[in-house]
Design a protein around this ligand. Structure first.
Ligand code: MRU
Length: 343
């Protein structure tokens, strides 16, 4: 992604590897501060994923792939490193997909981690190319959380079609759900859109229905953390209600994700493990309390949207209806290498 920080232009990825150090943009402090964090071993990587220094399903997968390469460089037990990395967060399929993929090729962990990440970048670009075909001139698109380059190493998943539409001169406009409690929309999606010069408004999470009913939303595009065989999918908490509202208002609702996010080992969304995070994330904003200290809070990080609400799945292989997802099911982990030759 092209960014301009303090007057300096850079082309940068959300996460990359300078052996033996994994580098990542610190997504906890944007847009106030732009900082690169160095990860020197598996335990630091575990914490960085857990505390969301790196976040977003494909970026977590990329960091995890590099984590196996790093553990190999450091002469560690790779299976053990894989177990630790996988235990950092439970919901995003990409984490497990990436670790298993590199472990399948553990004799050449560095090479396959690099191939994995190049593939994710190319897949994110192709999601943009395919999704751009759905976007007409001057359309108003609502998105939730951050499914941009920060979340997907580069380009993004939900934001990739919007980037491509913008580059092809269509002038898309984005309604950015703030996405409490961690504000990935207000902080990260808005930051990316500012960097790209794409028109947008940040909205309170509870403003979407009002805008949809008024005819101010032409389509919804969101990312996903895990998509099951029948097309049910987990994404950031609040996605489900946007899908229901979109259906109620006759608005097309798309999910954008690469192969690494699909989990064909489970049938439906009831089987997706949902991460529950700390009460503080709800009771505080940027460390400032917003609730009485006596109040308890409940903080599920993801919800599951049933496939019936999804108009289509925007993937690197094309756009599928839920009844067509079987086309992807036959693809094994090594299919992730298919795109690399084109990079
Ligand atoms: O908790 P997060 O910020 O990692 O959750 C991220 C999301 O829900 C994204 O929408 C999803 O990972 C898709 S990212 C391309």
């Amino acid at each position: 992604m092209n960014i301009n920080v303090g007057g300096t232009k850079r082309n940068i990825r959300a996460v990359w590897y300078e052996e033996p150090v994994i580098k990542m943009i610190d997504q906890r402090i944007l847009p106030d501060e732009f900082k690169i964090v160095d990860i020197r071993d598996t335990s630091e990587l575990y914490s960085a994923i857990r505390n969301m220094t790196v976040r977003g399903a494909p970026s977590i997968g990329a960091a995890a792939a590099y984590g196996i390469a790093q553990a190999s460089y450091l002469g560690k037990d790779l299976e053990e490193a894989g177990k630790i990395i996988k235990s950092s967060r439970p919901t995003a399929n990409d984490l497990f997909f990436a670790v298993d993929f590199v472990l399948q090729h553990k004799q050449e962990a560095r090479k396959y981690a690099d191939l994995y990440v190049e593939s994710i970048v190319e897949r994110s670009r192709l999601i943009g190319v395919n999704g751009n075909e759905l976007i007409g001139d001057r359309k108003k698109i609502l998105t939730h959380c951050n499914a941009g380059a920060l979340a997907s190493v580069d380009y993004g998943t939900a934001l990739s079609p919007i980037r491509m539409a913008n580059e092809s001169g269509k002038k898309p406009f984005v309604w950015v759900d703030e996405t409490r409690p961690r504000l990935q929309g207000a902080r990260l999606t808005a930051w990316e859109l500012v960097q790209e010069g794409i028109g947008h408004n940040v909205i309170a999470d509870n403003a979407a229905g009002f805008l949809m009913k008024r005819g101010e939303v032409d389509m919804v595009i969101v990312g996903a953390d895990r998509i099951t065989s029948n097309g049910d999918f987990a994404n950031k908490i609040g996605t489900y209600e946007k899908a229901v509202l979109a259906r109620e208002n006759g608005i097309n609702f798309y999910v954008a994700a690469p192969l690494s996010t699909f989990d064909f080992t489970i049938e439906n969304g009831n089987e997706i493990p949902i991460e529950v995070r700390t009460e503080e994330e709800v009771k505080e904003i940027k460390g400032v309390p917003v609730s009485p200290k006596e109040s308890a809070a409940y903080n599920p990080a993801f919800d599951v949207t049933p496939t019936k609400y999804v108009t289509g799945y925007i993937t690197e292989y094309g756009i599928f209806k839920s009844s067509e997802l079987g086309n992807l099911k036959t693809k094994g982990k090594d299919s992730i290498l298919e795109q690399v030759s084109k990079v």
